[in-house]
Design a protein around this ligand. Sequence first.
Ligand code: SF4
Length: 296
Amino acid sequence: MNYTGTIYRPPMEAQSLLLQVTTGCSHNKCAFCYMYHDIPFAVSPMEEVLADIDEAARLWPGVERVFLENGDAFCLSAERLKQIAEAIHAKLPKVNTIAMYASIQNIKGKTDEELQMLHELGINDLNIGVESGLDAALERLNKGHTSEEAIYELNRLKKARIEYCLNIILGGAGADLVHENAEASARLINAVQPPILFMGTLHTDPGCSLHRDMKSGAFPECTFGQLLDEQEELISLLELDNTYYFGLHPSNIIPMQGMLPRDKDAMIQAIHEMRDHLKGQLDKYPVRGSEGAILL
Ligand code: SF4
């Protein structure tokens, strides 16, 4: 199999065949992201993709799920994704889902008919970094989309019956916009009713612009107390019909998961307990380990 640079995948894709169809990220400008700093964006040659599918068919003929690499493989044209999906189904007949990372801009670049066609080809479970519902935060993070655009494009996906995991970053607006970020993100989440809500906490690696801004004080980082306040307010404001909340990323203060609305009270209770546990440290800044893990 051909792989270039570091290969990333969401936790849910641990059992998937990872098939490289692009390298890097077509946006590669998010202020907190350093994942592809050393890899220019490129589309993999189709011969290389087809050869990898042939190899996978020999090594893993019963695979049921494929994750297309890398940072935003949904940037590929609908026609190219169609060719890749058809080749996968021809050689790997048990595959029922073809997932990948996607951005709001990637969805915008496709018509309703194209989204429908991609759904029919088994493309599903997109992993989308929306990060916040607050435009001021989206600007600070340099995401390249607004909150209204995110709501509009995610609702187009829903119309095409393409499911997705919506990623939100706690603390992504900074310490001066904790309340505003919670309120705006809850509004966005309620408006789109995501099947899966992935919650992480802002962390940066040396080298990215947000890391420099945090060090210089230009971006005011959240304390433990502010992160817990933002999480509690956001969860309290959620009005969801049936969403799986995945908050097990190591960057989170409290590892938690559950179904919303069913587990809402238990989640808020867990936040209260952590606030008690961290009494005396609430005005401190989290110390980070690998992958942004909060070291308590
Ligand atoms: S966060 Fe995602 S979209 Fe943004 S630069 Fe990194 S890989 Fe690209």
